[in-house]
Ligand binder design. Structure first.
Ligand SMILES: Cc1cc2nc3c(=O)[nH]c(=O)nc-3n(C[C@H](O)[C@H](O)[C@H](O)COP(=O)(O)OP(=O)(O)OC[C@H]3O[C@@H](n4cnc5c(N)ncnc54)[C@H](O)[C@@H]3O)c2cc1C
Length: 469
């Protein structure tokens, strides 16, 4: 099927509030958190077993040996964490499904810093251990290691790159650099991994003499790199080639906010759900090398995907003027902020500003019966409310209740926070009996989540999407 969208200012024949055609649901992966922890724990034990099997326990008999042993173990586990990090960076849908983006981001941070601390420990303890064994100075030993052991100089450069990536990710530094700079520095992680690999095989005590250990170690690298390449490159290339998406229409929704309609081939066979998001790469001369995440703002309908973008920075401001016909390379869909996360029949959707996009799509797709859906839409100013007509039409069609809470917090009209937990309970008395989906600016999101926890709503009922990593 060749999807097309009317070129009128607002598509009418394809109006987003018309009944959506069903598209395939994203695959549900038969993976549970316990399986993943068992695989990770099993490999961690295998690594320790490998180190013991190589007779390294005897090193613990002398102080120099203890340093060397700590150096070896920290190298093994530091590298293991780096490989786990590759899988966390792979944007694969089963991790998304099991843990959700927020926990993956938190794990990415924790695993990354731990890996680098372990690799620094490896360098320091190995150097000191060797220097104690041959009674030389640590600095002299370091020079010997760097200049006369195979590929150790490469691994030294690798460690410097890893540390640079870690420094750029420390919160204080992260706040000072742009997303693009931070991301570019992160790409050095791949160079660091490549540079560090060979010295493990040629110098690592566990691999120089044991073919089985070598094969196992190379196998771990192959799995991690395979998962990364498949999900980061293989799948997006295959989806983009198959669906050949292009901009079919650009519609102004509010000042500084446009909806971009993407049409393409066989969109009725693209598995995606309301609440999910894609990374979009607009193939223009100055845009093809940047990919930014955007949620679909209408339920998938097999004819087009709609994204609604607020111009907040350089990229999103330029997108306001994207030309119809521009080809778009898509990665995704990603995210577990969907109807699949529901645990209750009744639902509360809480949107702030442009955070309405995934909730607008959910309002259209979630099963509606007997007024089970309530939407609260918070904005500081009336012109920040997008989709007001569409939302009212959808709410009427689906029997949903909608509350637009518009006004500046602390102003005469809105002296207190309308999303404060008591106010929320007054507005939606059965809030504790609902699944709650929240998306909005960071401050509003955090306050709302705190409020929901104050109301003792179980975590399983609270679902949220952050618009920043
Ligand atoms: C899952 C998700 C869904 C989103 N959905 C929407 C949506 O439906 N509508 C909408 O208007 N906005 C959405 N956003 C936000 C949107 O992606 C950012 O506003 C946009 O990338 C900012 O780019 P900029 O260059 O215009 O602004 P900048 O001022 O350069 O960036 C502002 C902030 O956006 C984030 N950011 C910037 N570039 C990227 C990037 N390449 N990848 C990831 N984050 C980046 C960073 O946190 C940065 O600090 C979403 C974000 C996420 C994470």
């Amino acid at each position: 099927m060749n999807g097309t969208v009317s070129s009128s200012r607002r598509p009418t024949a394809n109006s987003p509030v018309r009944k959506a055609r069903r598209v395939p649901m994203p695959r549900v992966w038969p993976v549970r958190a316990g399986d993943i922890y068992a695989i990770l724990g099993g490999n961690a034990l295998l690594i320790l077993g490998m180190w013991i099997r190589h007779g390294n326990m005897h090193e613990l008999a002398t102080p120099a040996g203890v340093f060397t042993a700590v150096g070896e173990i920290s190298a093994l586990y530091g590298t293991y964490l780096v490989l786990i990090q590759l899988i966390l960076m792979s944007r694969n849908p089963w991790l998304d499904q099991v843990f959700g983006q927020d926990r993956i981001t938190a794990a990415h941070r924790w695993v990354g810093f731990s890996a680098i601390w372990l690799l620094v420990t490896h360098a320091v303890f190995t150097t000191v251990g060797y220097s104690m064994t041959v009674s030389s100075s640590p600095v002299g030993e370091l020079l010997t290691l760097l200049t006369s052991y195979p590929y150790v100089l490469w691994s030294g450069v690798s460690l410097v790159l890893f540390v640079a990536v870690a420094v750029s990710s420390v919160r204080a530094a992260r706040r000072r650099v742009s997303y693009e700079t931070w991301y570019a520095i992160h790409l050095y992680t791949y160079v660091a991994i490549a540079l560090g690999f060979l010295h493990q095989l040629f110098v690592g005590i566990d691999f120089t003499t044991d073919v089985v250990a070598r094969v196992y170690w190379i196998g771990l690298y192959a799995v991690a790199i395979g998962v990364l390449v498949y999900f980061r490159f293989g799948q997006p290339i295959s989806i983009s080639l198959r669906h050949r998406m292009r901009v079919a229409n650009v519609v102004t929704e509010a000042p500084g906010v446009v909806s971009i309609y993407l049409a393409g081939q066989e969109l009725d066979e693209l598995p995606v759900r309301a609440g999910q998001w894609f990374r979009l790469r607009f193939m223009t001369r100055d845009g093809w090398y940047k990919a930014h995440p955007f949620s679909i703002s209408a339920a998938p309908n097999g004819r087009y995907l709609r994204f609604t973008v607020k111009g907040l920075g350089d990229y999103t401001s330029k997108l306001q003027r994207v030309a119809v016909g521009t080809s778009v390379f898509v990665e995704g869909p990603y995210g577990a902020f969907t109807g699949a996360a529901r645990t209750k029949a009744r639902i509360l959707l809480v949107a702030g500003g442009i955070g309405i996009t995934p909730l607008r799509a959910l309002l259209e797709e979630l099963p509606a019966s007997k007024g089970n859906i309530t939407l609260i839409y918070r904005a500081s100013r009336p012109e920040e409310v997008v989709f007001r007509d569409e939302i009212e039409q959808l709410a009427a069609l689906r029997g949903a209740a909608v509350h637009f809470l518009v006004g500046k917090r602390g102003s005469a009209d809105m002296p207190s926070d309308p999303l404060d937990p008591r106010a929320l309970r007054r507005l939606v008395p059965d809030v504790a009996e609902r699944d709650i989906y929240v998306c909005g600016p960071a401050g509003m999101l955090e306050r709302t989540l705190r409020g929901l926890r104050w109301l003792r709503i179980p975590d399983a009922q609270i679902h949220y999407e952050r618009f920043a990593f």
